[in-house]
Design a protein around this ligand. Structure first.
Ligand code: 9D3
Length: 258
């Protein structure tokens, strides 16, 4: 997997790629990730990469020439990429499905957006796509590029060893994780659920499935629309929903007295 990242803050991006699973995979040669300073692809004495927006308004816009020159130069040095991805707040939402799509490529370029945005003609000239990582305002596309590079890298065979579990992720049912515990069995008066200490693996499995379902219903009910549930979980969900509805009605009755 070859990834080229174009940014005005290469140290920030490089720092995020040196540690952990991704850092080790790069050292082992499983990942060829190169970070490039966008300013190196300017052609003026002051290395200017931005300019004021036509039509007026606040902020600056990334000029098209340095970006296009950068991608063309990378094509010669590093080979033609399968995709050019720009991180912008107006992009399609980056999801695990998008990560899987990019992981199926052998080479892509990530362009980190900055300032108010990127000149629209870059998208057309480079057939670039745009991705956002979510609905919150960041200072630029560097952290999003790191998020994308990390999520894609984990899907490259061999990058995640036994300690992580891409398998567990991909076998995952679309529910949130169950709660995790480790030693000690009692911490500040808080005990680990007895079933986890019982050694009964069938009971433990059932408890984990139940808790995963409970948390998902509580925190991310939107996920239940696409989650894969076995018979037992479907029954449990009906029971939890009933209990939830009963509790809500009780609260409503209580309030209606006042
Ligand atoms: C006035 C409209 N703003 C857009 C929501 C302006 C603006 C804010 C922040 C323009 C650029 C930025 C910098 N953000 C990114 O470049 C960015 C981003 C983000 O802020 N959130 C989630 N994903 C991404 S990907 C790139």
């Amino acid at each position: 997997m070859k990834i080229d990242i174009l940014t005005l803050f290469p140290l920030m991006v490089e720092a995020g790629l040196e540690e952990g699973v991704v850092g080790r995979a790069r050292a082992r040669g499983l990942l060829d990730i190169a970070v490039h300073q966008l300013r190196d692809f300017t052609s003026d004495r002051h290395r200017v990469v931005d300019d004021q927006p036509f039509g007026g308004g606040p902020g600056m816009v990334l000029k098209p020439a340095p970006l296009c020159r950068a991608v063309h130069t990378l094509r010669e040095r590093r080979g033609a990429p399968d995709a050019v991805v720009m991180t912008t707040p107006a992009g399609r939402l980056f999801t695990q499905a998008e990560a899987e799509r990019l992981a199926a490529l052998s080479h892509f370029v990530l362009v980190c957006g900055r300032y108010e945005g990127v000149d629209e003609r870059v998208r057309e000239a480079l057939s670039a796509e745009e991705l956002s990582i979510g609905d919150y305002v960041l200072s630029g596309g560097e952290l999003p590029a790191l998020v994308i590079a990390d999520a894609v890298s984990r899907l490259v065979p061999g990058v995640v060893g036994h300690e992580g579990s891409v398998e567990a992720d991909s076998f995952s049912t679309g529910l949130l994780d169950f709660p995790h515990y480790t030693r000690p069995a009692e911490f500040g008066g808080l005990r680990v659920p007895e079933v986890l200490l019982s050694g009964n693996h069938a009971d433990i499995l059932r408890w984990r499935r139940t808790e995963a379902l409970r948390r998902t219903l509580e925190r991310r009910p939107d996920l239940l629309g696409t989650a894969i549930l076995d018979e037992e979980q479907q029954q449990l969900l009906r029971e939890m929903n009933d209990a939830h509805t009963l509790e809500r009605d009780r609260q409503r009755d209580k309030e209606s007295v006042t």
